[in-house]
Design a protein around this ligand. Sequence first.
Ligand SMILES: NC(=O)c1ccc[n+]([C@@H]2O[C@H](COP(=O)([O-])OP(=O)(O)OC[C@H]3O[C@@H](n4cnc5c(N)ncnc54)[C@H](O)[C@@H]3O)[C@@H](O)[C@H]2O)c1
Length: 327
Amino acid sequence: MALPENIILSANLKLLEPRLQGREAYAILDSNVQEPRLKALFRPDRIFKIEAGEAAKRMATVETLAARLLDAGADRDALLVGIGGGTTTDLTGLLAALYLRGVACALVPTTLLAQVDAAIGGKNGVNLEGYKNMLGTFRNPEFIYICPPLAETADDRGGIAEMLKTFLICDSAAYARAVVHFSAPLPRCAAERLALIRRAVEIKSNIVEEDFLDEGRRHILNLGHTFGHAIEKHTQGAVKHGDAVAMGIILAAETAVRLDEAEPALVERLKRDFAACGLPTESPVPREALIEAVAKDKKSRAGDVRFVLPVAVGRVIVQPLKPEELR
Ligand SMILES: NC(=O)c1ccc[n+]([C@@H]2O[C@H](COP(=O)([O-])OP(=O)(O)OC[C@H]3O[C@@H](n4cnc5c(N)ncnc54)[C@H](O)[C@@H]3O)[C@@H](O)[C@H]2O)c1
């Protein structure tokens, strides 16, 4: 499986420069990204810093950034480069889709989560009224530049959760390798990290290519996200996305066991593996509150929620369930 043409995966940041040369490039830069070589690639007046995080992922930030682009004279030739974690790449993708009815976009993800998941697949968006990603578009960036060392200063937990999710869906060997890698003490092997990132990006890109608009197969990538989003909503973001996904996967596995679709040993294995990788396994949210939040989830269709349930390591099923059945 090869990477799509618009994805560059390299530990060498130098390959980014020629892609920006001669372009009217604006950086939407996560203020926690300190790498000076990145900033040096942009005119100082074309670097717009944002305080990234879930609270910034809203329409007001998109409007503020659009006004700054307007002030700076950004025209239809502009290339917006989102540099940061998943909130920055999601925001930049939406801003680029809306500004002047669409300008070019590039993404430079700087957290493991954004490198293996958020920046891949063309989904962008912001939250509304505490509900995740309610406003957004599907639009592929011109290119995505994944440079694993850029994420060295960021927390890996969310990325580990999304990576294990991707492997749990369809690659049991990669799942086992990832558990060995991420449960090993620091410093870990950089070459193995790069190989695991490549595999996760390949799998996600491949699934997305089959179903860009998320009308069928792509739905399996939501493993852990239905409960996960409900946990994020209920805790008002106190539980971060990756941790919520890890808890959501365990809840989905427990649901699969209740439905006789999986063996209880699966739940035990996932709990053991996740804990070894530093991920939480127990949701702090009472079940009744979770069910209520799930019922309101945007993926709810005619009262049924389409759950992605792990039935073995490397295999999932999609099961529509009514909130009453969940109870
Ligand atoms: N579009 C998609 O398909 C998709 C998929 C998965 C997740 N997401 C979204 O991604 C978001 C989560 O992404 P995230 O976990 O990267 O969160 P984030 O963007 O909020 O980043 C987490 C924290 O890390 C900081 N940070 C970023 N890069 C850093 C670096 N190199 N060094 C030090 N600190 C750094 C940020 O400032 C922030 O404080 C959620 O909003 C989620 O909905 C989107």
